[in-house]
Design a protein around this ligand. Structure first.
Ligand code: NAG
Ligand code: NAG
Ligand code: NAG
Ligand code: NAG
Ligand code: NAG
Length: 628
């Protein structure tokens, strides 16, 4: 791969000033470009086929499930090219390349030519008048490198023609281009989404996000309240907004719900969806949209667009196209927040194996192990999130992530050495599946099967949902912690293959997610709810509510109220509290919306009454007992 004759032109390339802004990606990474639009001169083997060439494609070196982290050419060939059929006339403005994702190999393309065609037979190479223009590619396997064209090229097909490479010839790429629309194309115009004018479709920097939240609050002061979960390691406030009829207080009987995003700062779609949801709920509530009013008045909704604001700022500065797979993924201290929570699964599972659950070890609210307070591998952000999770009676929540298009439900941690007797699924498997389906099936594209999802290897079967432990197990996840230490059921919603899509995708993302977000929030009203009181009508805090047949209890809030998400059915429900006799009731959950009311009045237990009497200085009682 000799190329010295082109070297002298490199200075010219650098000095060119670009006369127009870049077009957005055509959708290699997002999968908008379909597999049959991609062809190549050859491939080294099937797992390195052309459709593995998508920017940020993740590979697997696992021998049983080999998935190439790039397209790789057959080394025995002498002519190499990679071709994309845009399917319509397109103004191409640039190319982004990346090497192969692999733990071992260092494969990347260091220089290439670009050629264009309208028919895939006659090709025009980018040329500077003397020779073909040599574009300089990558210098490592991970960092995406962008080359912009001096002038846009009008064509239907584009070819990348590698000239030199490191290791084997392997690459991933994205192409930037603007489709040229035929004005007579009626179908196109019908499919175009009309953006709603009051919504702000753009990526928000940290300060833009704060400004937007304040403006929503100014717009809807009586249903919103802004607060902070705490500070990030660089001192940024982790901002939250409550939207509810009476936002500053917990109303008895009203469930609390949360949407969070940005645990990984480069997964930017969820952040924008949450900011759009704030604007939407405020406006629709004011316009008296009955559904928005019901949501706002019936739920205390907490919205946290950015749990890792430092990470987002880093990715935001790199930009939507070049932020890469991990830029801003971690906190400033290098921690992945999602899997930074105390591992309570092992504690519960060990106790289960010893037959200690629930008699000796409870099946809920497993305490955080000692040593946590002084453990330096826990991020300040994680600590802020944990204390937040514990300070509101949350019932249901979801965290938005990216890089896949799927809803993942717990357990997230994989259980080793499962005793045969407990091979039965998670006690809440069917409910978690329901919650996952409610989002995935309402989302406009999550149940489409991208030939095994974004990177291949997702056992989703096209339903858009997956059990995390069976897919990509992690220990110490936010979802497992939430389930085992609090009352809140938490899922992860992965919003798409492209973690940080171009700004002009946000309007489509909003269309895809809006209804799913509303439906998911409405699921907080599924099941039973009620108040546990004593016979004088005082609320009992921290009472336990158990459902027969489900090995996981919930507890009442300080105001005595509880919520128990359940699928339709008949349940024997028992309320217990220290010092009171337990009460069991039959509670029926129907198919209609709205939780079934199922409240309890507990009487002091006999034992407790005896204790009270004993502690009273009653001379008669002393006399009686001493006589026996
Ligand atoms: C493709 O066709 C258009 C006219 O429709 C022309 O302007 C353009 O130069 C052609 N592109 C190539 C690469 O031949
Ligand atoms: C909030 O203010 C609007 C008027 O802007 C009013 O219609 C609505 O009833 C108020 N809601 C609450 C919960 O006070
Ligand atoms: C500190 O936290 C990390 C991450 O959760 C965990 O792996 C480690 O065991 C903890 N160390 C101690 C001493 O508890
Ligand atoms: C709640 O009750 C359990 C026993 O059922 C007890 O261990 C725990 O400390 C109580 N928590 C609070 C906050 O009172
Ligand atoms: C074969 C070859 O040239 N390999 C090099 C590719 O690049 C890495 C660094 O990114 C070198 O360490 C390899 O030696």
């Amino acid at each position: 791969h000799n190329m010295p004759q082109y070297r002298s032109y490199c200075e010219i390339q650098v000095s060119i000033t670009y006369f127009r802004q870049n077009c957005p990606p055509l959708g290699m990474e997002s999968h908008k470009i379909e597999p049959d639009q991609l062809t190549a001169s050859s491939m080294s083997q099937y797992s390195f086929a052309p459709q593995r060439a998508r920017l940020n494609m993740q590979g697997s070196d696992d021998e049983d499930d080999m998935r190439g982290g790039a397209w790789c050419a057959n080394s025995e060939d002498s002519n190499h090219w990679f071709e994309i059929d845009a399917r319509k006339e397109t103004e191409f403005t640039g190319v982004i390349t990346q090497g192969r994702d692999s733990a071992i190999e260092n494969d990347f393309v260091t220089s290439y030519f670009l050629a264009f065609s309208n028919d895939s037979r006659e090709w025009t190479t980018i040329h500077d008048g003397y020779a073909d223009w040599l574009f300089f590619g990558n210098s490592d396997k991970d960092v995406p490198v962008m080359n912009q064209l001096a002038e846009p090229m009008l064509a239907r097909y584009i070819r990348i023609i590698p000239q030199s490479w490191n290791g084997s010839l392997c690459m991933r790429l994205e192409v930037l281009g603007c489709p040229v629309h035929d004005p007579a194309d009626v179908q196109y115009r019908q499919n175009e989404v009309t953006p709603v004018d009051y919504l702000e479709f753009k990526h928000h920097s940290y300060s833009d996000m704060v400004t937007l939240m304040k403006s929503v609050h100014d717009e809807c002061p009586n249903i919103t309240s802004i607060y902070s979960l705490g500070r990030s390691s660089k001192g940024r406030e982790i901002m939250a907004m409550i939207i509810s009829g009476n936002p500053t207080e917990h109303e008895i009987g009203e469930p609390e719900f949360r949407f969070t995003a940005g645990l990984h700062g480069n997964e930017a779609v969820g952040r924008e969806m949450i900011l759009l949801l704030m604007q939407y709920l405020c406006k629709e509530y004011k316009d008296r949209n009955p559904r928005a009013q019901q949501l706002v008045e019936g739920i205390r909704i907490h919205l946290v667009p950015s749990l890792n604001p430092d990470g987002h700022e880093e990715a935001f500065e790199a930009g939507s196209e070049l932020s890469g797979w991990t830029t801003g993924h971690f906190t400033n201290e290098g921690i992945d927040i999602f899997q930074n929570f105390p591992d309570l699964n092992s504690i519960l599972w060990d106790a289960e194996e010893k037959g200690m659950v629930p008699k000796l070890t409870p099946n809920h609210h497993i305490p955080i192990p000692e040593g946590f307070d002084f453990n330096s591998s826990i991020a300040v952000e994680t600590r802020a999130i944990i204390s937040w999770m514990k300070s509101y009676p949350f019932v249901l929540g979801a965290n938005f992530q990216g890089g896949e298009s799927i809803v993942a439900y717990p357990y997230d941690s994989f259980r080793l050495n499962k005793p045969a007797e407990s091979q039965k699924p998670h006690s809440h498997e069917s409910l978690f599946r329901w919650l996952a389906v409610s989002y995935a099936s309402t989302h406009l594209s999550m149940t489409h099967n991208y030939h095994g999802s974004c990177h291949g290897g997702t056992p989703a079967g096209g339903h858009g949902i997956v059990n995390r432990a069976k897919w990509k197990p992690v220990t110490g996840s936010m979802n497992d912690f939430s389930y085992l230490n609090t009352n809140c059921f938490e899922l992860s919603i992965f919003l798409g293959c492209d973690k940080f899509p171009h700004q002009n995708e946000l309007v489509h993302e909003w269309e895809k997610n809006r209804e799913a977000m509303l439906i998911f929030m409405e699921q907080v009203h599924r099941g039973i709810r009620g108040i546990v009181k004593d016979q004088q009508g005082n609320a009992i805090a921290n009472a336990t509510v158990s459902v027969e047949g489900i090995n996981h209890d919930v507890t009442t809030a300080p105001t005595g109220d509880y919520w128990r998400l359940l699928n339709p059915g008949e349940y024997r429900v028992t309320a217990r509290a220290e010092g009171f006799s337990p009460v069991t009731k039959l509670c029926v959950v129907g198919y209609q919306s709205g939780a079934t009311a199922c409240s309890f009045n507990l009487a002091k237990s006999n034992w407790d009454r005896i204790k009270q009497v004993r502690h009273r200085p009653n001379p008669l009682l002393f006399k009686m007992t001493s006589e026996h």
